[in-house]
Design a protein around this ligand. Structure first.
Ligand SMILES: [Zn+2]
Length: 534
């Protein structure tokens, strides 16, 4: 095999791929698997888009590449900042290939903004802070940006999920795949490349918003409805794109179709982690809470809901920290020992640690014992499957970017509870039927799960452990005969053919390119519409 083509289908689930390959809806994936394999692919914790794709393109765990989420805590503050490709602390597969003189095309991989000076072409992922795709800043080299015209960054956006929203979102998702396919086909055919990688996000977005419509077993299923095939239709459209791109790539191409995580349905149990910590006596709220303080401070509480979006866009500099205020507002820090960011896809708890948090209450010498006790107490709660200190999950120089305690929640008949932000009230509640579609304060109706999927046109060597997302980069390097640094993943096709060569690059904090407040505000809007923020 002379070249390697990696096509990412964000959030594609192995069970759905198998089912729809069997019933004929995904003929191109079926043909690839018939020549090679379809396997579940172990993801990372959390099985979320940024850490998972970053592990895929580096071959190392988040403790080494440093990307745990699409945000990270700002040192010394109760605030988060949005991360991007410049926060990655391990070399990516395209760095190693470029340095070895191989030609690469990389398009739409999440957490790759700003575009990197590769030996070839790079179009950044949806973390690009561009309002529309006619902005050259997301393409390297910039002079090639015109060829990317039409590339969409989740433009179905905006506002509340209500009548007509789903039909329009589905239409735009299908259109987005068509536009990307056109741009990619042009590059597959006209660029000289050894390595070509692109990620489609549409499979993730459709699963977040349409799961309840397609799954009759879901406790949120509304009965027969016009969107029961929405996820299947997006998978089928992606399968057609995969087929055309693979054909254009030609013979002698190693094809690796991969997802960063799978999907399952959300249940109707809502978990409010901070309320639980308050019940445990570890957290206290300020009187009156802080949830709407920004709106109140700006005197916007009387602004009609529909006008707020426009107003916020005009006040971007002010609104840029809205996510921080939503996560950390309303807490009485002097009386709080542990707190949660209450992220739906990453249930976790942080210690309010002296010397790290601005108003820390737990002394550094008590940290280990406090964390152990916190884990033990959280495990006693019947919705918690496990609670573990971060050191059990991660290794490397950047483990300290992770939350102190990582939880997994117990699914009910396969449907995951949703972790949602609250200030006060009970720790558990059930959604009402009107809340089933999800959205603000309700979670999404489809949620990530581990594993993702691997479909390839070459048979995978068996082993005691199944393939992992961390194996993709070593596999690509091995197939192209390029040595890489020491990685945790292993090549999938050639047992014994290790990498090894340069020592691991595990840098400090230099080189990060944080977003401006304006860019942050734009990303907040996009992430909200994609279903990441609530
Ligand atoms: Zn994803």
């Amino acid at each position: 095999m002379k070249r390697v083509l990696v096509l990412g289908l964000d959030g594609a689930d192995p069970a759905l791929c198998r089912r729809w390959m069997d019933d004929g809806a995904l003929p191109n994936l079926r043909a690839l698997a018939a020549a090679g394999a379809l396997l579940p692919l172990e993801s990372v914790t959390p099985p979320a888009t940024f850490p998972a794709w970053t592990s895929c393109v580096t071959g190392v765990n988040p403790g080494r590449h440093g990307v745990f989420d699409f945000t990270e805590m700002v040192p010394g503050r109760y605030a988060v900042r949005f991360v991007n490709g410049s926060f990655r602390r391990a070399p990516a597969v395209w760095d190693m290939l470029s340095r070895a003189g191989r030609r690469v095309v990389v398009a739409g991989v999440p957490a790759t903004w700003p575009p990197e000076p590769v030996n070839g072409l790079m179009l950044s992922g949806f973390d690009s802070p561009v309002a529309t795709s006619v902005d050259a800043s997301f393409v390297y080299p910039r002079a090639r940006a015109a060829e990317a015209a039409g590339w969409r960054f989740a433009d179905f956006q905006e506002g509340r999920i209500g009548p007509g929203w789903h039909a329009e979102a589905l239409r735009r998702l299908l259109l987005g795949i068509e536009e990307k396919e056109r741009i990619l086909l042009n590059w597959v055919r006209s660029e000289p490349w050894d390595f070509f990688m692109s990620v489609f996000g549409e499979s993730d977005t459709v699963s977040h918003h349409f799961w309840m419509f397609h799954d009759p077993q879901s406790p949120r299923y509304p009965g027969p409805n016009p969107f029961s095939d929405a996820i299947r239709d997006v998978y089928a459209r992606l399968d057609a794109a995969v087929g055309r791109i693979v054909e254009a790539a030609g013979p002698d191409t190693l094809v690796i179709v991969v997802s960063d995580h799978g999907f399952t349905g959300a249940g109707i149990t809502v978990v409010h982690l901070n309320n639980r910590l308050a019940e445990m006596g570890l957290l206290r709220y300020l009187p009156g809470g802080g949830r709407d303080s920004l709106l109140k401070r700006l005197g916007l509480s009387v602004v009609p809901e529909r006008a707020r979006g426009a107003l916020f866009r005009r006040l971007r500099g002010v609104a840029g920290g809205a996510e921080s205020r939503s996560r950390f507002g309303g807490l009485d820090w002097a009386n709080t020992r542990a707190y949660s960011e209450e992220l739906g896809y990453f249930p976790s708890v942080r210690v309010n640690l002296q010397g790290r948090e601005p108003q820390g209450t737990v002394a550094p010498e008590d940290y280990e014992a406090f964390v152990a006790e916190l884990c033990a107490c959280l495990r006693e709660w019947d919705v918690v499957a496990d609670a573990v200190p971060r050191a059990k999950l991660y290794s490397g120089a950047h483990v300290d970017r992770a939350p102190d305690v990582v939880l997994s929640l117990k699914a009910e008949s396969g449907y995951a509870p949703v972790c949602v932000r609250a200030r006060g009230g009970g720790a558990l509640r059930k959604l009402t039927e009107a809340e089933y579609p999800g959205g603000k304060e309700r979670g999404m109706n489809g949620v990530h799960r581990n594993p993702g999927v691997l479909v390839t046109n070459r048979s995978v060597a068996g082993g005691p452990a199944g393939p992992s997302l961390l194996d993709i980069t070593p596999t690509v390097l091995s197939a192209l005969g390029v040595p890489g640094p020491e990685m945790e993943g292993r090549p999938l096709f050639a047992p014994g053919m290790g990498t090894g060569g340069a020592p691991p690059a595990d840098g400090g904090d230099g080189g990060a390119h944080p977003y401006s407040p304006e860019e942050e505000a734009l990303l907040e809007e996009r992430l909200r519409s994609l279903g990441y923020l609530e």
